[in-house]
Unconditional design. Structure first.
Length: 246
Protein backbone atom coordinates (compact mmCIF):
# COMPACT_ATOMS: atom_id res chain seq x y z
CA UNK A 1 0.00 0.00 0.00
CA UNK A 2 2.84 2.41 0.81
CA UNK A 3 4.48 1.81 -2.58
CA UNK A 4 1.20 2.43 -4.38
CA UNK A 5 0.59 5.65 -2.48
CA UNK A 6 4.13 6.83 -3.22
CA UNK A 7 3.72 6.09 -6.92
CA UNK A 8 0.40 7.94 -7.04
CA UNK A 9 1.93 10.96 -5.30
CA UNK A 10 4.90 10.93 -7.68
CA UNK A 11 2.64 10.74 -10.73
CA UNK A 12 0.64 13.72 -9.49
CA UNK A 13 3.86 15.67 -8.86
CA UNK A 14 5.27 14.92 -12.33
CA UNK A 15 1.98 15.73 -14.04
CA UNK A 16 1.73 19.06 -12.20
CA UNK A 17 5.37 19.85 -12.94
CA UNK A 18 4.90 19.19 -16.65
CA UNK A 19 1.65 21.17 -16.76
CA UNK A 20 3.41 24.16 -15.16
CA UNK A 21 6.25 24.42 -17.67
CA UNK A 22 4.89 27.36 -19.67
CA UNK A 23 3.44 25.73 -22.74
CA UNK A 24 2.59 28.91 -24.62
CA UNK A 25 6.32 29.68 -24.94
CA UNK A 26 7.23 26.03 -25.63
CA UNK A 27 4.62 25.79 -28.39
CA UNK A 28 5.79 29.06 -29.94
CA UNK A 29 9.40 27.86 -29.94
CA UNK A 30 8.45 24.52 -31.49
CA UNK A 31 6.60 26.35 -34.26
CA UNK A 32 9.43 28.84 -34.83
CA UNK A 33 12.51 26.63 -34.46
CA UNK A 34 11.38 23.00 -34.44
CA UNK A 35 12.62 22.65 -30.85
CA UNK A 36 11.99 24.11 -27.40
CA UNK A 37 13.79 23.91 -24.05
CA UNK A 38 11.85 22.57 -21.05
CA UNK A 39 13.83 24.13 -18.23
CA UNK A 40 14.24 22.27 -14.95
CA UNK A 41 12.09 19.30 -15.91
CA UNK A 42 13.97 17.01 -13.51
CA UNK A 43 15.69 17.69 -10.19
CA UNK A 44 19.42 16.84 -9.80
CA UNK A 45 18.66 13.83 -7.59
CA UNK A 46 16.22 12.48 -10.18
CA UNK A 47 18.86 12.89 -12.88
CA UNK A 48 21.42 11.04 -10.78
CA UNK A 49 18.99 8.20 -10.02
CA UNK A 50 18.18 7.68 -13.71
CA UNK A 51 21.84 7.81 -14.79
CA UNK A 52 22.68 5.25 -12.09
CA UNK A 53 20.37 2.72 -13.81
CA UNK A 54 22.74 2.29 -16.75
CA UNK A 55 24.79 -0.64 -15.35
CA UNK A 56 21.62 -2.59 -14.39
CA UNK A 57 20.90 -4.69 -17.47
CA UNK A 58 17.68 -5.93 -15.87
CA UNK A 59 16.13 -2.52 -16.63
CA UNK A 60 16.70 -2.80 -20.38
CA UNK A 61 15.63 -4.86 -23.39
CA UNK A 62 18.69 -4.19 -25.57
CA UNK A 63 22.01 -2.34 -25.83
CA UNK A 64 23.39 -0.57 -28.90
CA UNK A 65 27.08 0.25 -29.36
CA UNK A 66 26.94 3.08 -31.86
CA UNK A 67 30.29 2.43 -33.54
CA UNK A 68 29.18 -1.03 -34.68
CA UNK A 69 26.34 0.45 -36.75
CA UNK A 70 27.85 3.70 -38.01
CA UNK A 71 25.71 5.73 -35.63
CA UNK A 72 28.67 7.55 -34.07
CA UNK A 73 30.52 6.65 -30.86
CA UNK A 74 29.05 5.85 -27.46
CA UNK A 75 26.24 3.53 -26.51
CA UNK A 76 22.65 3.42 -25.38
CA UNK A 77 20.13 1.00 -23.91
CA UNK A 78 16.40 0.72 -24.53
CA UNK A 79 14.32 0.31 -21.39
CA UNK A 80 12.05 -2.70 -21.10
CA UNK A 81 8.47 -2.66 -19.85
CA UNK A 82 7.54 -1.85 -17.16
CA UNK A 83 9.40 1.44 -17.49
CA UNK A 84 11.00 3.06 -14.41
CA UNK A 85 8.32 5.01 -12.55
CA UNK A 86 9.69 8.44 -13.41
CA UNK A 87 9.77 7.75 -17.15
CA UNK A 88 6.41 5.99 -17.06
CA UNK A 89 4.95 9.15 -15.50
CA UNK A 90 6.72 11.63 -17.76
CA UNK A 91 5.75 9.94 -21.03
CA UNK A 92 1.94 10.40 -20.83
CA UNK A 93 2.21 13.81 -19.14
CA UNK A 94 4.45 15.21 -21.90
CA UNK A 95 2.41 13.52 -24.65
CA UNK A 96 -0.79 15.19 -23.39
CA UNK A 97 0.81 18.64 -23.71
CA UNK A 98 2.35 17.99 -27.14
CA UNK A 99 -0.65 16.39 -28.86
CA UNK A 100 -2.30 19.65 -29.92
CA UNK A 101 0.89 20.80 -31.65
CA UNK A 102 1.36 17.40 -33.30
CA UNK A 103 -2.19 17.42 -34.67
CA UNK A 104 -1.91 21.01 -35.87
CA UNK A 105 1.38 20.29 -37.64
CA UNK A 106 -0.12 17.30 -39.47
CA UNK A 107 -3.18 19.29 -40.50
CA UNK A 108 -1.00 22.11 -41.82
CA UNK A 109 1.16 19.65 -43.79
CA UNK A 110 -1.88 17.85 -45.21
CA UNK A 111 -1.09 14.62 -43.35
CA UNK A 112 -4.32 12.73 -42.62
CA UNK A 113 -3.23 11.40 -39.22
CA UNK A 114 -4.44 12.63 -35.85
CA UNK A 115 -3.34 11.60 -32.38
CA UNK A 116 -5.72 10.71 -29.54
CA UNK A 117 -5.60 12.80 -26.35
CA UNK A 118 -4.28 9.95 -24.17
CA UNK A 119 -0.91 8.28 -24.61
CA UNK A 120 -2.42 4.90 -23.69
CA UNK A 121 -4.75 5.15 -26.69
CA UNK A 122 -1.85 6.04 -28.99
CA UNK A 123 0.24 3.14 -27.67
CA UNK A 124 -2.67 0.78 -28.39
CA UNK A 125 -2.59 1.99 -31.99
CA UNK A 126 1.15 1.22 -32.11
CA UNK A 127 0.76 -2.19 -30.46
CA UNK A 128 -2.13 -3.19 -32.73
CA UNK A 129 0.23 -2.54 -35.67
CA UNK A 130 2.98 -4.71 -34.17
CA UNK A 131 5.00 -1.84 -32.66
CA UNK A 132 5.23 -3.32 -29.16
CA UNK A 133 8.82 -2.71 -28.06
CA UNK A 134 9.37 0.28 -25.73
CA UNK A 135 11.52 3.09 -27.13
CA UNK A 136 12.54 5.25 -24.13
CA UNK A 137 16.31 4.95 -23.84
CA UNK A 138 19.30 5.90 -21.71
CA UNK A 139 22.38 7.12 -23.58
CA UNK A 140 25.95 7.12 -22.27
CA UNK A 141 28.85 9.05 -23.84
CA UNK A 142 32.53 9.30 -22.89
CA UNK A 143 35.37 11.47 -24.18
CA UNK A 144 35.49 11.40 -27.99
CA UNK A 145 31.94 10.04 -28.34
CA UNK A 146 29.25 11.65 -30.49
CA UNK A 147 25.89 10.82 -32.06
CA UNK A 148 25.44 11.20 -35.82
CA UNK A 149 22.48 13.13 -37.17
CA UNK A 150 19.48 10.80 -37.36
CA UNK A 151 15.71 10.35 -36.91
CA UNK A 152 13.95 8.01 -34.44
CA UNK A 153 11.11 6.54 -36.51
CA UNK A 154 10.84 2.80 -35.64
CA UNK A 155 7.73 1.93 -37.64
CA UNK A 156 4.57 3.06 -39.42
CA UNK A 157 3.15 4.96 -36.45
CA UNK A 158 5.31 7.93 -35.45
CA UNK A 159 4.48 10.69 -32.99
CA UNK A 160 6.11 13.77 -34.56
CA UNK A 161 7.72 15.25 -31.43
CA UNK A 162 10.09 13.66 -28.92
CA UNK A 163 11.95 14.81 -25.80
CA UNK A 164 15.57 14.41 -24.65
CA UNK A 165 16.53 15.10 -21.02
CA UNK A 166 20.11 15.94 -20.02
CA UNK A 167 21.04 14.05 -16.83
CA UNK A 168 24.63 15.33 -16.49
CA UNK A 169 25.93 18.80 -15.64
CA UNK A 170 27.90 20.58 -18.39
CA UNK A 171 31.22 21.95 -17.17
CA UNK A 172 31.27 19.59 -14.19
CA UNK A 173 30.53 16.13 -15.59
CA UNK A 174 31.52 16.74 -19.21
CA UNK A 175 32.49 19.32 -21.80
CA UNK A 176 31.39 19.49 -25.44
CA UNK A 177 28.44 17.23 -26.22
CA UNK A 178 25.96 19.87 -27.41
CA UNK A 179 22.54 18.85 -28.71
CA UNK A 180 22.43 19.65 -32.42
CA UNK A 181 19.45 19.90 -34.77
CA UNK A 182 19.59 20.42 -38.53
CA UNK A 183 16.69 21.47 -40.74
CA UNK A 184 16.74 20.62 -44.46
CA UNK A 185 14.77 23.23 -46.36
CA UNK A 186 13.60 22.82 -49.97
CA UNK A 187 16.04 24.35 -52.49
CA UNK A 188 18.04 25.94 -49.65
CA UNK A 189 21.03 24.98 -47.53
CA UNK A 190 20.39 23.22 -44.21
CA UNK A 191 19.88 25.31 -41.08
CA UNK A 192 21.72 24.21 -37.87
CA UNK A 193 20.46 24.76 -34.33
CA UNK A 194 22.57 24.14 -31.20
CA UNK A 195 20.49 23.89 -28.02
CA UNK A 196 22.19 24.79 -24.72
CA UNK A 197 20.99 22.64 -21.82
CA UNK A 198 21.91 22.25 -18.18
CA UNK A 199 21.30 19.29 -15.87
CA UNK A 200 17.59 18.48 -15.65
CA UNK A 201 16.66 20.52 -18.71
CA UNK A 202 14.95 18.82 -21.64
CA UNK A 203 14.54 19.67 -25.28
CA UNK A 204 11.37 18.86 -27.21
CA UNK A 205 11.95 18.64 -30.95
CA UNK A 206 10.53 17.44 -34.24
CA UNK A 207 11.22 13.76 -34.96
CA UNK A 208 11.01 13.88 -38.75
CA UNK A 209 9.41 16.96 -40.32
CA UNK A 210 7.43 20.06 -39.41
CA UNK A 211 5.60 22.86 -41.23
CA UNK A 212 7.17 26.25 -41.87
CA UNK A 213 5.20 29.27 -43.03
CA UNK A 214 6.58 30.68 -46.27
CA UNK A 215 5.56 33.65 -48.42
CA UNK A 216 3.37 31.33 -50.54
CA UNK A 217 1.96 29.33 -47.67
CA UNK A 218 3.25 26.51 -45.45
CA UNK A 219 5.89 24.07 -46.62
CA UNK A 220 7.51 20.99 -45.06
CA UNK A 221 11.07 20.82 -43.73
CA UNK A 222 12.98 17.68 -42.72
CA UNK A 223 14.88 17.52 -39.41
CA UNK A 224 17.65 15.38 -37.95
CA UNK A 225 19.24 15.53 -34.52
CA UNK A 226 22.48 14.42 -32.91
CA UNK A 227 25.12 15.21 -30.29
CA UNK A 228 28.48 16.87 -30.94
CA UNK A 229 31.76 15.32 -29.76
CA UNK A 230 32.26 14.94 -26.02
CA UNK A 231 35.59 16.62 -25.27
CA UNK A 232 35.98 15.34 -21.70
CA UNK A 233 34.04 13.48 -19.01
CA UNK A 234 30.81 11.51 -19.28
CA UNK A 235 27.34 12.53 -20.45
CA UNK A 236 24.04 10.72 -19.79
CA UNK A 237 20.75 11.52 -21.50
CA UNK A 238 17.22 10.11 -21.41
CA UNK A 239 15.33 9.92 -24.68
CA UNK A 240 11.53 9.96 -24.37
CA UNK A 241 9.99 8.72 -27.62
CA UNK A 242 6.23 8.39 -27.64
CA UNK A 243 5.75 5.70 -30.28
CA UNK A 244 6.94 2.13 -29.71
CA UNK A 245 9.04 0.06 -32.13
CA UNK A 246 8.48 -3.06 -34.25
Amino acid sequence: MKATAKATHAATDISARVDGLGWDRITADLDAQGCAVLEGLLAPQECAALAALYPDDGQFRSKVVMGRHGFGRGEYKYFSYPLPDLIAELRPALYAQLTATANRWNQTMGIDISYPPSHAAFLKRCHDAGQTRPTPLLLQYGAGDYNCLHQDLYGEHVFPIQVAILLSQPGRDFSGGEFVLTEQRPRMQSRPEVVPLTQGDAVAFAVHHRPVQGTRGPYRVNLRHGVSRIRAGHRHTIGVIFHDAK
